[in-house]
Design a protein around this ligand. Structure first.
Ligand code: 5GP
Ligand code: ZN
Length: 112
């Protein structure tokens, strides 16, 4: 399976790592939409939020445990946004579950 984020996790494609543990890898988005734009991914291929169930939701829990640690590291004391794009209508472009952390400025309140 040729998955971009699986390859990034394995180090086959370079990325700017901001956090890593046994379950989670986080790196800077190549096309940042805010001063801080980090992608947080599970080290297990889950295609999208729609594929989360009780057999794999522990990976999602590990991601959400990592998010406040990353936010602190990135000095997002004033808040931030966590986004997941899912499927065609959600404009998900990489089919490996990931959460965007956006911050470092006041973000627009319009979501769609
Ligand atoms: P999506 O649109 O699927 O929610 O988000 C995919 C994100 O991955 C986009 O924000 C895009 O800029 C980022 N991205 C795509 N290819 C790469 C890459 O090779 N390296 C990094 N660091 N980010 C990437
Ligand atoms: Zn993958």
């Amino acid at each position: 399976m040729d998955c971009l984020f699986c390859r990034i996790i394995k180090g086959e494609i370079p990325s700017t790592k901001v956090f890593e543990n046994e379950y989670v890898y986080a790196f800077r988005d190549i096309n940042p939409m805010a001063p801080v734009h980090v992608l947080v991914v599970p080290k297990c291929h889950i295609c999208c939020a729609d594929a989360i169930d009780e057999s794999n939701s522990q990976w999602v829990a590990r991601i959400f445990e990592a998010i406040p640690i990353i936010a602190k590291q990135e000095k997002l004391e004033n808040g931030y946004r966590v986004i997941n794009n899912c499927g065609e209508d959600g404009c998900q472009s990489v089919k490996h579950l990931h959460f965007h952390i956006l911050g470092g400025k006041k973000l627009p309140d319009q979501m769609a």
